[in-house]
Design a protein around this ligand. Structure first.
Ligand code: PAF
Length: 282
């Protein structure tokens, strides 16, 4: 497995392996790899001649210093997991300086309003940070295909919008959510939960699937009330938001319109750890 800590050496290496018809897959991550990340890598390995994985905890996308400091950093274990998957993976694990060159700041983006809902509303500046790092990584790696998980559905839509608006020549591929045995969406943050919290976090997906059934026969507002009531008396899990939105604009839905695709989005705190999940309502 090739490991690069600096972009100059990575770019030089990628030049030597690229040929006219070869394709390069890219899986950007912040490390603390789980089965969901490995599935993205597997897909990239299957669909491309070569695959680059980045591991970089991007400071500019954190609006909360404690969250940034506590974000799990497990490079050695991550390398072992990737080796177990394939020796063909090319790992880019840069320092903050290699990416930001002394100016750790976000660029400002206009994602046509996609950035103002949900995660954007509750984590100010988050999507400028995501846009900044993903654009920079795309410039360094120049991938043919880039793979993102649908757990961060809003991020996926925003990356697609950025590619469209900046005319970047990369194909963005959304991949299904990977879930633990109790259906909790896989996330690096799950590592910070106690075993009891992790077990009880099954309530998040259970509520989403119940909400999907409610939405079939009730209004968006009634479905929201159903979810808010489900969390009202729960001492361990605090609901930050539950939103039903149009899948393409991400605007909250007031009245159901036939043939539109809707999706529910949820963010929940457990003991200051923030978990998100999403489900298609169609
Ligand atoms: O989804 C993530 O892990 C991050 O937001 C990403 C895309 C790697 C950018 O830092």
């Amino acid at each position: 497995m090739h490991i690069f800590y600096g972009k100059v050496a990575l770019i030089a290496y990628l030049k030597t392996i690229k040929s006219t018809n070869s394709t390069l897959g890219f899986v950007p991550t912040m490390g603390a790899l789980h089965q969901g990340h490995l599935a993205l890598m597997q897909r990239s390995l299957k669909e491309n001649n070569d695959t680059v994985v980045s591991i970089f905890v991007n400071p500019t996308q954190f609006n909360n210093l404690e969250d940034l400091e506590k974000y799990p950093r497990t490079l050695e274990e991550d390398v072992k997991k990737m080796r177990g998957l394939s020796d063909k993976i090319i790992l880019y694990a840069p320092s903050v300086d290699d990416i930001y060159e002394g100016n750790t700041m976000s660029q400002s983006f206009d994602f046509d309003g996609l950035e103002n809902q949900m995660e954007g509303k509750f984590r100010p500046g988050h999507f400028n940070g995501v846009g900044t790092i993903v654009k920079r990584l795309f410039e360094i790696v120049s991938p043919t295909n880039a793979y993102f998980g649908e757990k961060d559905f809003q991020q996926l839509q925003i990356v697609k919008k950025m590619v469209e608006k900046h005319n970047l020549s990369v194909n963005v591929v959304g991949c299904p959510i990977f879930r633990e045995e109790n259906q909790l969406a896989m996330s690096s943050r799950n590592e910070r939960l106690t075993p009891a919290e992790r077990k009880e976090a099954a309530i998040i997906y259970k509520t989403l699937t119940e909400a999907k059934e409610v939405f079939k026969v009730k209004s968006p507002q009634e479905t929201i009330e159903f979810v808010e009531n489900s969390f009202r008396n729960n001492e361990r899990f605090e609901l930050e938001y539950f939103v039903i939105a149009d899948e393409s604009t991400l605007l909250p839905v007031e009245d159901k319109i036939k043939d539109k695709n809707y999706r529910a989005f949820i963010a929940v705190f457990v003991n200051s750890i923030r978990l998100i999940d999403t489900i298609s309502l169609n």
